[in-house]
Design a protein around this ligand. Sequence first.
Ligand code: UT7
Length: 414
Amino acid sequence: MSNGQEGNGNRAVSPNGAAPQPERRYAQIVGWGCHVPEKVITNKDLEQIVDTSDEWIRSRTGIEQRHVAADPKETTATLAIKAARKALETADVYPRHVDLIICATSSPEHTFPATASIVQDALGAVNAGAFDLSAACSGFVYGLALARGLILAGDAEYVLVIGAETLSRIVDWTDRNTCILFGDGAGAVLVAASNVPGGIQATVLGSDGSGADALSLPAGGSAMPASLETVSNGSHYIKMDGKAVFRFAVRVMADATRRVLEKAGLAVDDVDLVIPHQANKRIIQNSILRQLKIPEEKVFINLQKYGNTSTASIPIALCEAIEAGKVKPGQNIVFVGFGAGLSWAAAAIHWSVPVEKREYGWWRSYQRRASYQAAAARSMWKRALRRVYSQVLPTPDEDEWPETSPVKEPEGSD
Ligand code: UT7
């Protein structure tokens, strides 16, 4: 941590006890959190909806159940906010210190504004920029690559990277090819500048747009704007050529892992843990296990519980791997994902941060809760002010603009 703020960026430990090197910057994951909706849909439940079976889904994908946002008030942003708050809490960093919020999502609240801006407002991250990142299931790792770049360049101290989805809202529940696969949820990490060696060492990003048709949501964009026809023929739902995506995924998961390890100066044997995109157990087996010969105990899989949560799958798996005691300081960890685009991404991380849960005491929790309430109040106040001004005040002509704006925006202090 270079700015002396609170947080556990400076809890990073040097893996071999070597003295920290103050002159270099590193991008460390110092906070993590996830949230999934309560409602669970099992494979048996799906048997009632489409022509499928628990046996088929388990054997072809490994999925046993998925969580879905059944309450209309639960959206991509609300899931993201909960995951982001947990990540900030783990790191013990206040929202006002965050410089940037990246929300990777394929099911944003709207085409615009960005879901990340809604998250920024709810967190009270008054000093943060915010944008959504569209790289489908690879999006979370794309976000990590950006966060690392900004931190190493000295342009940011804290970047919140979120993967959040409510895919259940864009899935055709009559299409057995897709509805059995996806689930809802969110995961977030806080990436911090640190002078302790380690953290995100290398990233690999890839795209092959010639495969754009293999996995897409055809309607609702400029190529096929929403119309009665697009709605009636179901073009606002996910369309997928499962076999084509499967073949592509098996190839790129192995390739991207090899390339990111090479970039980080590591061999396959140096890897302690792989956290792959949780799409299909057979994809993971055919790529990471068979091609790279990484043993099963070094690969974290939790897709049986959540299905494919797209951008959220890797951060949710990271949280569970930490919870299960699989992540330890000194380890080399690989995140690798693939998705629509077609796209792929991998990150090699030298984990250097303690993972034990720390208790911060009631005062810290109280302060944190109060800051979220203050953020909500500030947001309401600003909305009300804007409404009043837009209804009461005429827009001044150009030469009538005063030196300072008559609309005094409430200060962003908390
Ligand atoms: O984040 C990226 C998201 N996308 C993916 O990861 C998708 C990657 N692809 C896959 O995971 C697999 O291709 C699927 C799970 C989608 C499909 O598995 P598959 O082993 O490739 O099955 P298939 O498409 O070859 O279909 C085999 C049979 C077909 O019947 P016929 O033609 O052999 O009579 C399908 O109609 O299974 C049938 N089938 C089903 N049967 C029961 C397809 N879906 C289902 C289903 N339940 N849900």
